[in-house]
Design a protein around this ligand. Sequence first.
Ligand code: ZN
Length: 147
Amino acid sequence: MSIDMNLHRVFTETLATLPPATRAKIEAFWRKQRVPEHDGRLVPVVLKKPNLGVGSLCANTDGVIFNFKSAVVDQAPEDILRICIAHELAHAYRAAELCMPLNDATAYGHSSRNCEEGAADKLTKEWGFDRARLLDWLAQNETALGL
Ligand SMILES: [Zn+2]
């Protein structure tokens, strides 16, 4: 388990761009889940892993702990990484609405995964992030990223 400080910075900055009420809701949820505070600011544990499970292109989260694929974090331009982070924060917002990590939510069974992804994508777009750009970049760098 490793925390990448650059990823941590970009994550914190992306969180700061969300609408204040949205950010407050996510942070209140993290407080309840006892996420540790870093530098006096409440941010979740951000991990970087060489590879993620099937179905995770560049990152995954239960809404509390965030895992990012190493190759994406190391190679993606910062604006692309921000889109990826925003999408994962959308899952965190959804977890905050359920008041439980997504892995614990009975509503988040295998069959409803597409529904969860669709809802996260919709939120990400509302927050002003263009997921199509992330997907384009991933497609263009598929081989280098080992996808
Ligand atoms: Zn997702």
